[in-house]
Design a binder for this molecule. Structure first.
Ligand SMILES: *Cc1c(COP(=O)(O)O)cnc(C)c1O
Length: 395
């Protein structure tokens, strides 16, 4: 008997149910081609949409920040951890999002925890109305907030309306939604959400983790994409996906952001982002402000990939985004596809299966980037067609 027999038992169950996560080892920097488990493969599963994670100008900015400011911020933001770099980043992010102010957290996860936690704070006159497929960090954040909640069905505006009716007697109503849903690449119908919110006097909070750097003018995100400036109350984002670094933020009206500085728990109780990360994020925002070339390249690659796969007969669901779910439906087939792509075609692409997506909706999720070449995209399409025929999936 040991103290952890219960835990070994659970690990065994995970393995038996096919839910055990195998973690591959990356032996190079992030990029279109990477070394994984000793082998050079085409990387189709990172969120590094613009290739900024290894961009020379961003690396340079991080190195310079280490020389000027050192490697650690030394404290939480409210004690001695706020460096001028943090303030510069927040000002640049606010400008990029066309908002009055922004607050930076250590990650997107922390940004949701900080912001939603601060809004709720156990208030019983506030209710969260949350999308069914929202990211785990939103689910955790609402749990931490400790206020009542209602869940509305995925993209279902009639159901959102019903929930707003149900929540009528609460003084404060907060609609929370992902902008882009990460497993399908479909978009929240933000114009309709905003209209309902205005009718019911609800706050709108959008998690734009997969939208920024991808959607809208110069990658300003989903609010810009739908031309909804001034009508969405809070926009949360991450610096770890298209921006290629680490960190998260929330942008909005100055007084609301000031409130988050007073009440955001990860802001108050966890040390500030490191200087090189902050400097790298500043360089990423600068690159996007200066040019939309990378965003356009990302979309060109997306078009080649998605058109090629669709023409070959693959079902890509309802994606409106570079996130490309190649539907294989069957869990075993999806796992086999992913393994054979790696072994036979040197393509690194993940199978997404239950419980991340419903049973019978297994898929390979591809994520193209601006750093890929058009040749890379054609190579992926050809590999899918060949493997699709070999496995009997494509007739
Ligand atoms: C990735 C992601 C997050 C978390 O961001 P991190 O910076 O990785 O912590 C939050 N929300 C959504 C929708 C995401 O996709």
């Amino acid at each position: 008997m040991s103290k952890f027999d219960w835990l070994r038992e659970e690990l065994k169950n995970l393995r038996e149910q096919g839910l055990y996560v195998t973690i591959r080892r990356l032996q190079s920097q992030q990029g279109p081609w990477v070394i994984v488990d000793g082998k050079k493969v085409l990387n189709m599963c990172s969120n590094n949409y613009l290739g900024l994670a290894s961009h020379p100008r961003i690396k340079e900015a991080a190195i310079r920040a280490i020389l000027d400011y050192g490697v650690g911020a030394g404290a939480v933001r409210t004690i001695a951890g706020t460096m001028e770099l943090h303030i510069i980043l927040e000002e640049k992010l606010a400008r990029f999002k066309r908002r009055e102010a922004a607050i930076v957290f250590q990650s997107g996860y922390n940004a949701n925890l900080g912001a939603l936690g601060a809004l709720g704070w156990g208030r019983k006159d506030l209710i969260f109305i949350s999308e069914e497929l929202n990211h785990a960090s939103i689910i955790d954040a609402i749990r931490l907030a400790g206020s009542p909640k209602l869940i509305y069905r995925h993209l279902d505006m009639q159901d959102l309306k019903n929930k707003l009716e149900e929540a009528k007697d609460y003084k404060i109503k907060v609609i929370v939604t992902d902008g882009v849903f990460s497993m399908d690449g479909d978009l929240a119908p933000l114009p309709e959400i905003v209209e309902l919110a205005e009718r019911y006097n609800a706050i709108v909070y959008v998690d734009d983790a997969h939208g920024e750097g991808v959607l809208g003018d110069h990658g300003r995100g989903i609010v810009d994409y739908y031309h909804l400036h001034g009508r969405v109350d809070l926009e949360m984002g991450t610096l770890s996906k298209a921006f290629g670094v680490i960190g998260g933020y929330v942008a909005g009206d100055a007084d609301v952001i000031e409130f988050l500085r007073q009440r955001g728990r990860p802001f108050l109780f966890s040390s500030a982002l490191n200087p090189p990360d902050v400097a790298a994020a500043i360089a990423a925002v600068d690159i996007l402000e200066e040019s939309d070339e990378l965003v356009r390249k990302l979309w060109r690659n997306t078009e080649i990939l998605q058109k090629g796969l669709k023409d070959a007969g693959f079902d890509l669901g309802n994606t409106k985004h570079p996130i490309t779910p190649v539907m294989l439906y069957n869990e075993k087939l999806a796992q086999e596809f992913s393994k054979r792509l790696f072994d036979e075609y040197n393509i690194f692409a993940q199978a997404i299966v239950y419980p991340t997506v419903p049973r019978g909706k297994a898929r390979i999720r591809l994520e193209p980037s601006a750093a890929h070449s058009e040749q890379d995209m054609k190579y992926v399409v050809d590999a899918f067609v060949e493997l699709g025929r070999k496995t009997g999936f494509l007739k």
